[in-house]
Design a protein around this ligand. Structure first.
Ligand SMILES: C[S@@+](CC[C@H](N)C(=O)[O-])C[C@H]1O[C@@H](n2cnc3c(N)ncnc32)[C@H](O)[C@@H]1O
Length: 251
């Protein structure tokens, strides 16, 4: 069952504090904490809330609710200590998919940090074998489930869509060729864990994996993995592919 909000918030805050004070010391973590709380207050003003409704067009067209404008204060507060929910722009998503030289019907699409599920719906315009969204925050996960149920489109080519509520760092990747989608879900340590999980998974089951990394602020973490090769991108996103024959144990 999902834990209550106070429990979830306390656990999130303790984990966040441990990680930040390890990296920046207690003074650095305190100043970041004050900054995060201040951003939360600033983002709660009516003006900023109105701005977040700016990306409603997709929702209006498809009768779903994927905008960040309607995210409740609890999920927004948790987001300050994970990563705030923001939905991918549909035109950019299609551009990113068009850059992949793959046969979609051989791949599973996985969005690590899927929020309210907009990318899951967008991915269903392609003939993926299966689509999986992994989201940590229960409120966003439930919204994704609702959206999957509500979505209808003549453009839909995959209906095997599943939303999972768990930590992306602990998610066991499907044993099939993958398109892994990342839009700023994780801080540095979390992204490193995801890369290590992927390396182990690739060693156990060598297969093609493509990573689409939207807003690639920590490109160097993916670039440092011997399991991955940069295969394209723009300033807005990077594309990596798995290195055939990769072995974790090789030095
Ligand atoms: C920038 S949003 C991207 C949402 C969605 N992928 C999209 O592109 O429309 C990042 C999401 O990652 C989620 N997230 C943060 N940390 C996570 C974790 N450890 N495991 C799973 N999801 C996480 C956040 O709650 C947020 O919904």
């Amino acid at each position: 069952m999902f834990s209550s909000f106070p429990q979830q918030f306390w656990t999130t805050l303790c984990d966040w504090w441990r990680e930040q004070s390890r990296q920046k010391g207690a003074a650095g973590a305190t100043s970041l904490l004050v900054g995060n709380l201040w951003s939360f207050v600033r983002e709660s003003t009516p003006e900023r809330r109105r701005q977040r409704y700016g990306d409603m067009e997709y929702d209006w067209e498809h009768r779903v609710n994927t905008t960040s404008g309607t995210v409740g204060w609890r999920a927004r507060l948790l987001g300050m200590f994970h990563s705030p929910y923001q939905a991918t722009d549909p035109a950019l998503f299609r551009e990113m998919m068009a850059s992949l030289p793959i046969e979609f019907d051989k791949f599973t699409f996985v969005d690590l940090g899927s929020g309210k599920g907009r990318t899951l719906l967008l991915a269903s315009e392609y003939p993926f074998q299966r689509i999986v969204g992994v989201e940590l925050i229960a409120e966003l996960h439930r919204a994704a489930e609702e959206n999957i149920r509500a979505y209808h489109s003549a453009a839909q080519r995959c209906s095997q869509i599943e939303a999972v509520c768990t930590d992306a760092c602990e998610f066991v990747l499907p044993d099939t060729p993958l398109v892994l989608y990342l839009f700023n879900p994780l801080p540095e340590a979390g992204l490193q864990r995801v890369v290590r999980n992927l390396e182990r998974s690739l060693e156990q089951s060598p297969r093609p994996v493509w990573i689409v990394y939207h807003n690639p602020a920590m490109d160097s973490i993916l670039g440092a993995s011997r399991a991955l090769v940069k295969a394209g991108g723009t300033e807005l996103y990077s594309v990596f592919r798995s290195e055939p024959g990769f072995k974790v144990s090789k030095s």
